[in-house]
Design a protein around this ligand. Structure first.
Ligand SMILES: *[C@@H]1O[C@H](CO)[C@@H](O)[C@H](O)[C@H]1NC(C)=O
Ligand SMILES: *[C@@H]1O[C@H](CO)[C@@H](O)[C@H](O)[C@H]1NC(C)=O
Ligand SMILES: *[C@@H]1O[C@H](CO)[C@@H](O)[C@H](O)[C@H]1NC(C)=O
Ligand SMILES: *[C@@H]1O[C@H](CO)[C@@H](O)[C@H](O)[C@H]1NC(C)=O
Ligand SMILES: *[C@@H]1O[C@H](CO)[C@@H](O)[C@H](O)[C@H]1NC(C)=O
Ligand SMILES: *[C@@H]1O[C@H](CO)[C@@H](O)[C@H](O)[C@H]1NC(C)=O
Ligand SMILES: *[C@@H]1O[C@H](CO)[C@@H](O)[C@H](O)[C@H]1NC(C)=O
Ligand SMILES: *[C@@H]1O[C@H](CO)[C@@H](O)[C@H](O)[C@H]1NC(C)=O
Ligand SMILES: *[C@@H]1O[C@H](CO)[C@@H](O)[C@H](O)[C@H]1NC(C)=O
Ligand SMILES: *[C@@H]1O[C@H](CO)[C@@H](O)[C@H](O)[C@H]1NC(C)=O
Ligand SMILES: *[C@@H]1O[C@H](CO)[C@@H](O)[C@H](O)[C@H]1NC(C)=O
Ligand SMILES: *[C@@H]1O[C@H](CO)[C@@H](O)[C@H](O)[C@H]1NC(C)=O
Ligand SMILES: [Cu+2]
Length: 701
């Protein structure tokens, strides 16, 4: 199975004989140089597994086998990594100012535990159940989740790295609910560092403090502490996700899908199966170490290049092509498999849960009928390939009606032309296998060197070999299925976004003269809602707040009352930015290359505009979005590229201050602000990369 996936797929002859399928496929595959040595091991083990099965000791043996693999794996790694059992000692990545101790790769992994065989999430967890809108199911319910966050060493694609995981599994669990349900997630932070959780795309109407954005709506959840997020899902349906909103931490493993079903959603009778397909770039190091390099004075302003990509947390890397500074063992790795029984239609919900890369994806021999973008149901339109930027979601319907094959490649390629060094990414493409069959009933076989994915691999061809060169949103006419004409705007804000060398020669992201650097212990929401900080509305006019906030270190845009607001951004940077507004969906009124010509402003069509929560602001391009400020709170608006966001490309929208000023925030949340460990693990570019002797008054608060 270990394969770079670069060998021409046509070279692999296929045997689809059901009876002997497994054996034959394994034998036929030796045509592929890339797979041969792995296959030998697999065949040997496959045969011994068969023998054991014949001996009628199935359960015991498989169990024993699993245990043996566990032990071997554990032994191998425990000798190579300093694993301190049962404790949660911090990683020994001793960092101190200016001594460049942030190893780019060689991790001295000292984890509380190492989960070689069990961290991989069962794929069936991402297959949705079809709700029946009768009887009990119509009644709103509370959906409870209990998550323990911990540091775990894991190797999703074969390369061992420290990760931070939910319940020791990767990727995170699916949250599935119906509209109007209440979702309650209790977080026990047993990791070394602080954390927080954001529910991407959810409105949190009336409970803005559940939005989970550190520095804006809450102080981080310190290690050793717990917090319960609770929010209702009224007014929305479709595909969302959740992720840590503490620095770049979600990149280290803290994310997962969130789906809201609703009888209001059109088209749900059009498909037989419904499943999640998460695409993500993947790094072989902790994001914190990557930040150290990216955000250093006189840094090259080059975003860290992903080491590869995953689909639903899976990929297989060829260990002999991996830098020797990493520990690599791909024996238990596998490609994501998606089951779509033939003759029927299936919904695939694509989510880009990555840190940096936009993906271009396609399914060989199948058109993708797009029916949803970021929780907005769309009038169907078909594509062979589609672009999906960080944090965006698209649902597609696939008809399993091809007659030429019964397994197909799903190809997802990072658009590496948007990277600072396009050639630096070794394998921009990751694949999954789409099979015209029902999911196997039992997946209890070990996946280690013997088990085997003995089902045949696809031999299908991509739609075309042209590679996307520009990072932009999906071309075409994506229109809401249910007409949502844009309202007439009440006001317009204009912003320039840019990257500039700021104080201490640090490269920072700016909206006008503002680069986000808020105090983690004094979030923006706390400043405007805690009793001592009551803001009479007349004190500050609408627009950029200057009294309560230092606009240079974080722009807060205040809008009074319920208004339709236009926000126009011209991007003076060559990089693209997937811009996300918390707590709202917005109309994408206009976007493109170049700068917006204001004489077009009054001629923009108001009908048929796409409504979503994450839009691509192209390099040297513009975007004009419109939203209604009917959801009170302090809402982050930021680039979802984690590197750009941490470099300051973030601001906040303050809506309905007349309501917010009277709020009482949950006391446990406010309590975190004075907890000594609330900022554990936060990366502060000035404190960590600027030599002491350079520092002067930086207007710090
Ligand atoms: C892995 O890569 C090496 C070096 O490129 C190559 O020789 C080998 O055949 C590959 N092995 C597998 C199992 O793909
Ligand atoms: C890789 O891990 C497997 C268990 O998953 C183990 O049996 C094998 O010995 C390991 N390979 C190497 C080269 O360490
Ligand atoms: C890794 O950590 C262990 C335990 O703290 C320490 O003894 C060892 O010297 C460290 N190794 C490296 C290479 O830093
Ligand atoms: C959910 O929020 C809405 C406001 O958006 C509120 O009217 C409703 O009562 C809430 N439902 C529950 C179950 O809390
Ligand atoms: C799938 O089949 C349905 C029903 O026949 C059809 O309306 C739709 O256009 C097809 N979609 C694609 C992408 O071919
Ligand atoms: C995965 O989950 C399915 C459905 O719950 C179950 O039947 C299967 O045994 C699980 N597989 C593993 C390896 O745990
Ligand atoms: C941003 O700066 C531009 C001038 O470059 C100005 O026209 C605009 O009003 C500023 N935006 C805000 C929100 O202050
Ligand atoms: C803006 O649009 C107007 C009217 O279409 C046109 O006359 C003008 O040249 C445009 N300006 C720029 C800078 O393109
Ligand atoms: C939020 O709730 C208010 C009523 O409390 C309602 O007017 C408004 O439309 C809601 N907004 C969203 C985005 O749900
Ligand atoms: C903060 O962390 C330190 C070091 O890990 C620990 O000794 C201390 O008990 C923690 N404080 C609290 C209040 O949890
Ligand atoms: C936790 O934070 C420390 C710095 O305080 C850092 O060295 C370490 O790498 C972080 N751990 C993880 C898992 O991010
Ligand atoms: C840069 O430093 C100056 C004072 O030296 C300060 O006034 C300004 O706010 C700083 N800018 C930022 C973004 O920190
Ligand atoms: Cu960006």
């Amino acid at each position: 199975m270990a394969s770079t996936l670069k060998a021409s797929p046509t070279a692999i002859p296929q045997h689809k004989d059901e009876e002997e399928g497994h054996q034959k496929a394994a034998e036929a595959d030796d045509v592929s140089m890339a797979r041969s040595d792995m296959e030998l091991k697999k065949k040997a083990l496959f045969r011994s597994v068969l023998l054991l099965l014949a001996a009628g000791i199935i359960t015991i043996t498989v169990g024993a086998l699993l245990t043996r693999f566990d032990k071997a794996f554990q032994l191998q790694y425990s000798s190579k990594f300093a694993i301190s059992k049962g404790s949660s000692t911090p990683l020994h990545n001793s960092h101190s100012n200016n001594n460049n101790n942030h190893n780019d790769g060689v991790q001295n992994i000292s984890m509380s535990d190492f989960k070689p065989a069990t961290f991989r999430r069962n794929s069936s967890d991402y297959v949705l159940s079809a709700p029946k809108w009768t009887g009990d199911n119509i009644q709103p319910r509370t959906r409870e989740y209990l998550w323990v966050i911990s540091d775990v060493a894991a190797n999703p694609d074969g390369v061992m790295r420290p990760m931070i995981l939910i319940n020791e599994q990767f990727p995170g669990p699916l949250i599935e609910c119906n509209e109007n349900d209440v979702v309650r997630v209790t977080i026990h932070n047993r990791a070394t560092n602080a954390t927080s959780f954001h529910w991407h795309g959810l409105f949190h109407n009336g409970s803005n403090w559940m939005d989970g954005t550190t520095g804006i709506t809450q102080c981080p959840i310190p290690p050793g502490e717990s917090y319960t997020y609770e929010f209702n899902t009224t007014g929305q349906y479709g595909t969302y996700w959740y992720h840590s909103h503490f620095s770049t931490q979600y990149t280290d493993g803290l994310f997962g899908p969130l789906v809201i079903h609703s009888p209001r959603e059109p088209g749900t009778n059009r498909y037989k199966t419904d499943q999640i397909v998460m695409l993500h770039d993947h790094y072989h190091d902790l994001s914190r170490n990557k930040l150290y390099k990216y955000m250093a004075p006189d840094g090259e302003n080059e975003e860290p290049i992903p080491d590869g990509a995953l689909i639903n947390g899976r990929n297989i890397r060829n260990c002999s092509t991996i830098d020797k500074k990493y520990q690599c063992n791909n024996t238990e790795t596998e490609l994501a498999e998606i089951y779509t029984p033939s003759g029927s239609s299936h919904r695939l919900r694509f989510i880009n849960v990555g840190a940096f890369a936009e993906f271009e994806l396609g399914l060989d021999e199948h058109a993708l009928e797009v029916i949803e973008a970021d929780g907005t149901a769309l009038a169907p339109s078909s594509y062979h390939k589609l672009n999906i930027n960080v944090a965006q979601r698209y649902s597609v319907i696939v008809n399993a009606t091809s007659t030429t094959a019964s397994e197909f490649w799903l190809r997802a390629r990072m658009i590496n032309h948007c990277f600072s060094k396009p050639s630096a990414v070794a394998e921009p493409e990751v694949r999954a296998v789409v099979r015209y069959s029902a999911a196997p009933v039992s997946q209890t076989k070990p996946t280690a060197s013997g088990s085997m994915d003995v089902l045949p691999l696809p031999t299908t061809q991509p739609w075309d070999s042209n590679i996307a060169l520009i990072c932009k949103d999906l071309d075409g006419k994506l229109e809401p299925a249910i007409p949502m004409p844009a309202p007439t705007p009440d006001m317009l804000f204009y912003l320039r976004s840019n990257f500039e060398i700021g104080n201490y020669s640090l490269s920072r992201g700016f909206f006008n003269s503002s680069t986000w650097k808020r105090d983690l212990r004094n979030p923006a929401l706390n400043r405007v809602s805690l009793q001592r900080n009551k803001v009479p509305k007349e004190l500050e006019p609408e627009g950029v707040m200057h009294d309560l906030f230092n606009a240079d270190k974080g722009m807060v845009l205040k809008v009074d009352g319920i208004k339709a607001v236009d926000l126009l951004i011209d991007n003076y940077d060559d990089g693209n930015h997937p811009m996300h507004l918390h707590g709202h969906k917005f109309w994408v009124m206009a976007s493109g290359r170049g700068y917006f010509n204001m004489s077009d402003y009054h001629n923009i069509p108001q009908k048929g505009r796409l409504v979503r929560d994450t839009v691509t602001l192209e390099g040297f391009g513009f975007v004009l979005i419109r939203f209604i400020t009917d959801n009170p709170g302090m809402w982050a608006f930021h680039c979802h590229n984690v590197w750009h966001a941490e470099a300051g490309l973030m601001m906040s929208l303050f809506t309905r201050p007349e309501i917010v000023k009277d709020w009482t925030l949950p006391s446990d949340l406010v309590g975190f602000c004075s907890h000594p460990n609330a900022t554990d693990g936060y990366f502060d570019d000035i404190k960590e990369t600027v030599p002491l002797e350079w520092r002067h008054d930086n207007g710090e608060e």
